[in-house]
Structures are given as C-alpha cells and as structure tokens.
Design a protein around this ligand. Sequence first.
Ligand SMILES: [Zn+2]
Ligand SMILES: [Zn+2]
Length: 338
Amino acid sequence: MFKLKAAVFNGKRIVLKEVPKPFPEEHQVLIRVRAVGICGTDLAISKRKILTPIPIIIGHEFAGEVIDEKTDLDISWIGRRVTSEINTNICHKCYFCKRNVYSQCLERKALGIHINGAMADYLAIDVNLLHEIPNSVSYEEATFIEPLAAAYQTFEMMSINNDDHIIAIFGMGKLGLLLLQIAKKKGLETIVVDGSKKKLELAQQLGADHLINRHDNAEVPRIIKNMSEVGADIVIDASGSPQALKDVVSSCRSRGKLHIKSTHGEPTRINLTEIVQREITLYTSRCGPFKKAIDALKSNYVIVGKLNTHIYSLEQVEQVFNSYGNNKDHIRTILTNY
Ligand SMILES: [Zn+2]
Ligand SMILES: [Zn+2]
C-alpha cells in the first residue's frame, strides 16, 4: 500500500507519521499538497485546548495540485492548482444552511479539526469545496486564502457607518496584518498595537497610520484616547492574548464596536460590566468568503508574501511545533512539500 507523510496529533504532540495514502471517493479529487500554513488553531490542538478526534492529521490553510479524481465529475480538475473550504460535510438542510450560514451548519466537519486535514503529502476532498488558485498567486501565498477570508468576515459582520473613522487593531500577527490592510482600503485611520518592534515596522510598511509598542507603553488605552478624543470607534482583538483584552475593551469608545477575532482556546476573562456600562457592541466572527480573498490576492489588493516569516518543509514539522512561539517577531510559519 502507498504510504504518505502526515503531521499527526497523537493526543500528546504533533508527530510526522506514515499513514495510508487516501483515494478519492465519489465526487472527490486527490490533491498533492504543496504548502500549508500553521495557525493558532493547529497550535491549540497540539496543546489539547481545542479537542479533536485522536489521532488526527491537522492543517487547513493549504494549497496544492489536483493529481487524481473520481471519474464521476462533470469537469476534470486534474492539473489545477487549488485550495478548499475549511468547512466540509455541509448538509444544505439545517436551520443555518437554509440561511446560507454554512460555517454554522449542524453537520459541519472542519478540515484538520474534526476530520483529517491537509498537513500531509496528499488530501482527498469533495470537488464542490475546491477553489482554483489564480496563476499569479504562488502556493505559499495561496495558503493565506483561508485566513484572509476570515479577515474579510470580520468586516462583513460589522456595518461601518459615518461615525466610524478610527480603528485600533491589537496584535500584528498574521490576522492583524491582514485586517490592517483591509481597514486601510476601507478608508479607516488605523492604530496598531503589538509588543514586537519588527511586526510594527511591517505594519507601517503595509500602511498603518499609528504604531503603539505595548512593551514601551503601559497605558495603551490612554494613548489611544489621546489620539481619538473618546477612544477608537472600532477595536479588533487579533492578539490571542488574554492579558490584552482589558486594554482592548478600554480602548474602545462608548457605543463603539468591539470585535474579538482571536480565539484563545480556553475560557477567557473579559470585563462585561465595562462593555455594558459604555454600551459597546460586541462582535465575533470566524470563517469567511474564499472568493473575496482570492480576488484580493489576484489583484494585489492585499499583500501577503512578507507575512510568511518562517518557511520549513513538512519533514521538519516536529521541530517546528517544539519551538513554536519562542520568537516574538514570528508572524507565520508555513511548511512546503515539493
Ligand atoms: Zn487557520
Ligand atoms: Zn447544514
């Protein structure tokens, strides 16, 4: 039997393992995975903060080439460069599906979380989940389609109105830097907050108007209030840091919009009393529109190339997870497989 390499969470840690090669079933294609990003979700799985079946192949931010397919398909996908939706097994019948909210489908199974994912040589997946990658977008860049779609969803959940001028984004990791670029394109004045000088410099190159280094400034909300009179109109938390949430809430103006984008993988304290007293509207969001993200990459509307700060091969996955997060300038790691 053909074997393939895969990054498997065995209940204790991520290991590189040989597993049987999948075969495309009805309505499926087989993808040779070329690049896959590591995201906060993968890290949370590896620390057992997000519970999954065990063992499981992780990974959902991927790009690859279709090399085989079941013969029942209307058109052939062989040779095409693709990524796929993260939400699989969509029922098209439940309360949410009837309202086109597939990310909350009651039967949904997320790739690399509920079912085997893409951090492997090969992935078999339903053809109706595929998206073709434009020729001008590399496999490495295309691994951003899923997180960029999620960044778009952040803005789709909030209606920005005439009183919204200033946005503060906490955390200049992968998501923060994507959110920043979308916010700029929406004409918002941007304040970005992070503890890494390198990340703030990159944010500035990508158009950030004001930079605040958390390490040098103990009173971030006060600085933001000085810049904006009453606080930022919109505040997004993309820091993934429970400690930052106090400042995130305090930096938002009364009657402003507060969007918690990061998941923390565990229950987290937030000052609801302050949110209620100051009549702040709380938003959350997760998966988003892939088509919008693909168009943005194709037209260079959003720049992602510089955000892959660490590139390794799939074979190095164990060492990557062992040392993950040790570098505060780290933005994103991808694993390639050529
Ligand atoms: Zn992700
Ligand atoms: Zn459904």
